[in-house]
Structure formats: structure tokens, C-alpha cells
Design a protein around this ligand. Structure first.
Ligand code: FA5
Length: 354
């Protein structure tokens, strides 16, 4: 047999062997091996074609074309087998790994969101939830109000006239259309009177915003909780009772408080209730500005003008209201010595509160 004939028959044998190997293969890995061993750089085909140097140019052409068609044929066979195996695999999955999509999902563990660390509620949320429990147990409803407010609800309806100097006490951020980020939760006093039927009692927890110089006890974004009782014959003694209950429940111990006159245009009379600083025990620290007292609970009887702005008759209904500094209360409850820790988004900080 001539060299050319030898090469041709070797190619035919290879074609036959590879065809049956491909057909018999049962995994994608086996197919990869066949491709590599037969058609790779040092594969069987290359080995056979090494003999091409000993044949005439015409024969070389013929054998080269034969080798190419063998290669194409085997690649097409491998491709076809790959698809068949893929289909078989996916068909078997529906048997072995079917999922019942109607089973209710198991709740994600908190640690899912924080890697190995379990999640915790923020101290302000903890205090807020406790207060909501306390107040709802006394017949209060929990209300919400918008964080972007109109000048009317934030100031005007609360008896701050346009050029009232008290506006200076609560500077804030304005939107282009003249609205503002509310400086306190008190706007909901008027919204509540307009919405609910008197008599009623509500608390309104929420975020408020001020253009502030930041320090250990002042943030630009902090939380307050407004409280309001609208009823007939409301007096200062109702107000004091509410505040004493609130503090006793939150701190679960006796806390020293002091009441002093306070000015807010929307209450008359108005008071400031200060708590003895629990961070330093009254000795003086950056949180209490070295005074030993922390301002947490301004309050008063709702001004008749505000009752009127809410659509009620001050001769029939009176109101008691307070504006609790929720963030400061959380600081006192948990002994947090700088308000800026509360919004620093560090997991290590939050982990301390359970
Ligand atoms: C008010 O915001 C009144 N709306 C409260 C009020 C409601 C009075 C109802 C009468 C009747 P004041 O500006 O004092 O008042 O703020 C209330 C509380 O929010 C303060 O006692 C303090 O605890 C807290 N607070 C004020 N400014 C900041 C600040 N920058 N950072 C953190 N807490 C603050």
C-alpha cells in the first residue's frame, strides 16, 4: 500500500472510532476528552497528518480535504451529542430537583442581611416602640405626618406669624416651591384636629430636620414624638400626669425632673421639662452641656389660635401637647454619650442594643 493510501485508511479508521466513541459518551467531560484527544494540537488527527510530508502535492491536497471533512464531521457529532446530553440532564433535574413553589417561604434569618452578625433594632426604634405601647395602652392612636411640610402647617397654623422671631429658633431646609423639611412633629397637631373627631388622643413619632450646628447633643436629622390630647376641660395636671407616666415607664426607675416655663407660640402656658442627665448623673458632661440637665420634654396647653386653626372651638375643646425629643431620650436610656453615633450606620454600634 502507498503512503497516501495508508493515510486515507488511517483517517477512515479514526473516523469510525471517534464516531462510536462520541455516540457512547455519557457525560460532557467525556466529550471534551474525545475532542481534545482526537482534534487537539497533539491529537490523533495531527499525528496522522505528520505523514503528509511523504506524499505528492496532489495527494496531499486530497488527504488534507479528507482530514478537514473528518474534523467537521466529528465536531458536528460532538455538538449534537452535547445537546442530547444537556437535554437529558435538564429532563432528569425535573425528576430529582423539583421545587414546590406553593410552599410558603421560611423567613430569612436576620443574620442573612448582616453576614455572621445578627440584626438589631436601632435604639431610637426601641424607645419609639415602647412609647407606642405605653400610649396605645392609655387609649392613644399612633399617627404619621409628612416630612416635607408646608409653611402653613409647620409655622403659620401653629401661631408663628410670618415675621415671628420664634421662627429663628427652628431654621430648616426649604424646597424650591416654598415647602420645607418639617422642623418638629407639631404640624401634625393641626392635621389631627382637621382629620379626627374631637375628643381624641394621639402620639406622632417621626423624623424632623433642622439647620443646626452639630455637637454631642444636636443633629440635623433627629426624631421626636408629639403627644396631644384634645378634650373638654383639659388642664396642666393632665399634662403632668402624662409626662410622669411616660418617663416612669421608659426608665423603669425614679428620674429627677424639673419643670420650668418655656416659650412656644403654639402653647399657653408652655413648659420645658428637663431630666437630670443620666450620662453623667448630673455632674456635667458634653451631652448636658455641663449643666447636669437635659431638655427632653417641652409641653404646654394648646394655644386657642391653634385650636381654631384645627377647626375646633376653643370655648368647647382644649388641648394638652408635648414634643418629646425621642433621640435624646434614647441617648439617656442607653447611656449614649454622643448623638452622632446614632446615624453613623456602624453595625458594631447597633449590636450593643437588644
Ligand atoms: C419643639 O420642637 C416643639 N415642637 C415641642 C413642643 C411640642 C412644645 C408641643 C410644646 C408643645 P424644641 O425645639 O425644644 O421644641 O424641640 C423638642 C425636643 O427635641 C428638645 O427638647 C430636644 O430634646 C429635641 N431636639 C431639639 N433640637 C435637637 C437637635 N438638633 N438634635 C437632637 N434633638 C433635638
Amino acid at each position: 500500500m502507498s503512503t497516501a493510501q495508508n493515510l486515507k485508511s488511517e483517517l477512515q479508521i479514526l473516523q469510525g472510532t471517534l464516531g462510536s466513541q462520541v455516540q457512547k459518551s455519557s457525560t460532557l467531560e467525556q466529550l471534551d476528552d474525545i475532542r481534545h484527544n482526537a482534534l487537539g494540537k497533539k491529537g490523533q488527527l495531527t499525528q496522522i497528518l505528520k505523514g503528509l510530508g511523504n506524499v505528492s502535492p496532489d495527494e496531499r491536497k486530497e488527504i488534507g480535504a479528507l482530514a478537514n471533512s473528518l474534523k467537521d464531521e466529528i465536531l458536528a457529532l460532538i455538538d449534537k451529542r452535547e445537546k442530547e446530553l444537556g437535554e437529558q440532564y435538564y429532563a432528569s433535574l425535573t425528576e430529582t430537583e423539583w421545587i414546590d413553589t406553593t410552599i410558603p417561604p421560611a423567613p430569612f434569618p436576620r443574620s442573612f442581611y448582616a453576614g455572621e452578625r445578627a440584626g438589631h433594632l436601632h435604639p431610637v426604634t426601641l424607645v419609639q416602640r415602647r412609647l407606642e405601647q405605653i400610649f396605645t395602652s392609655m387609649g392613644f392612636s399612633v399617627l404619621d405626618g409628612p416630612e416635607v411640610e408646608s409653611d402653613f402647617y409647620n409655622f403659620e397654623a401653629l401661631n408663628f406669624t410670618e415675621d415671628h422671631p420664634a421662627r429663628e429658633m427652628q431654621d430648616t431646609f426649604y424646597t424650591e416651591n416654598g415647602n420645607l423639611l418639617r422642623t418638629h412633629t407639631s404640624p401634625v397637631q393641626v392635621r389631627a384636629m382637621q382629620k379626627l373627631e374631637a375628643p381624641f388622643r394621639v402620639v406622632v413619632p417621626g423624623r424632623v430636620f433642622r439647620y443646626e450646628e452639630l455637637d454631642a447633643s444636636h443633629e440635623h436629622t433627629f426624631n421626636q414624638m408629639e403627644g396631644m390630647v384634645i378634650d373638654r376641660n383639659v388642664s396642666v395636671s393632665h399634662l403632668l400626669h402624662l409626662m410622669q407616666t411616660l418617663l416612669a415607664e421608659i426608665f423603669e426607675r425614679h428620674v429627677e425632673v424639673r419643670l420650668r416655663p418655656g416659650y412656644f407660640p403654639f402653647v399657653e402656658p408652655g413648659f420645658e421639662l428637663d431630666m437630670q442627665c443620666l450620662i453623667c448623673g448630673g455632674d456635667g458632661c458634653p451631652v448636658c452641656k455641663k449643666t447636669g440637665w437635659v431638655e427632653v420634654l417641652p409641653c404646654g396647653l394648646v394655644h386657642p389660635n391653634v385650636i381654631r386653626a384645627g377647626g375646633l372651638d376653643p370655648a368647647e375643646f382644649q388641648g394638652a401637647a408635648f414634643g418629646l425629643g425621642l433621640t435624646r431620650l434614647a441617648m439617656l436610656k442607653y447611656g449614649i454619650e454622643d448623638i452622632r453615633h446614632l446615624q453613623n450606620a456602624k453595625v458594631e454600634f447597633i449590636e450593643q442594643f437588644n
